[in-house]
Design a protein around this ligand. Structure first.
Ligand code: GLP
Length: 246
């Protein structure tokens, strides 16, 4: 695990965008695993800026997103499909036919998850998977206690995650109760993983996830066992790790 200390959110975003753009430059037809949430937004902005300057070309890139709420239509502003379009896909020259998210409108969970697994397998795996970190240690929507061996599956969101995500919705009742997410097994199969973390509110979970025991109650702790993980965290997120070496 390599941990890079960033000064603040902007610095974290630039560093993360540099790593993602290096991947695209080194392998123009790479498969990027992408994430939503507020943390990666700055990195996406930076990538768009570099694209506009002519420094980046997404024409051969394929993307697979981590997760999607079950029951939200793609044109719902809170769907992750909408988020990805707004923050990246509509702003760069990516081929929309090569951008994948789980189908939130498929009511049959088994069908939705099976289909998504088939897509990921047919792409031959993920070159670089971007991850944010939930306050309870979730990655994607893999909530505490999840079995590490799962591929894409349907999850019931924990009350903590519903509360954390209600800031994006009109009220708590509007937050979907279920989501489709890549499983830990899928995430761990990516060749490289890049985690972005920002803010003091993540300081406790950063310490537990990356310097504590590997355990299902903290899903992100499994990343310690992956052989190519890069964490870019700002000083606030690392503020409870001052006594550990990295
Ligand atoms: C959501 C997403 C995760 C994301 C996490 C953290 O629940 N499903 O993929 O990493 O929240 O979000 P944020 O970056 O807004 O703190």
């Amino acid at each position: 695990m390599k941990i890079y200390r960033a000064k603040d959110y902007n610095d974290m975003s630039r560093k993360a965008a540099n790593i993602i753009s290096a991947q695209i430059i080194m392998k123009p037809n790479c498969v990027l695993g992408l994430a939503t949430g507020s943390t990666p937004i700055g990195a996406y902005k930076q990538l768009v800026e570099w694209y506009r300057k002519g420094d980046l070309d997404f024409s051969e890139v394929t993307t697979v997103n981590l997760d999607e709420y079950k029951g939200l239509t793609p044109d719902n502003e809170q769907s992750y499909y909408y988020f990805m379009n707004e923050n990246l896909f509509s702003k760069v020259n990516i081929d929309k036919n090569r951008t994948y998210l789980p189908d939130g409108m498929e009511e049959n969970s088994e069908v939705a998850c099976q289909r998504y697994n088939e897509i990921i397998h047919s792409l031959g795996g993920i070159d670089l998977q971007l991850l944010g970190l939930g306050h309870n240690g979730h990655i994607g929507f893999n909530e505490p206690g999840i079995a590490f061996e799962k591929e894409t599956h349907c999850v019931s969101l924990s009350s903590r995650t519903i509360k954390a995500n209600m800031r994006f919705f009109l009220s708590e009742e509007h937050v979907p109760r279920q989501a489709y997410t890549m499983g830990i097994k899928t995430i761990m199969s990516a060749h490289k993983i890049l985690v972005v973390v920002s803010g003091e509110d993540k300081a406790d979970i950063v310490r537990q996830a990356f310097f504590g025991p590997v355990t299902p109650p903290i899903p992100a702790s499994i990343l310690q066992l992956h052989n190519d993980v890069t964490i870019v965290a700002d000083e606030a997120a690392l503020s409870k790790c001052t006594d550990v070496e990295f």
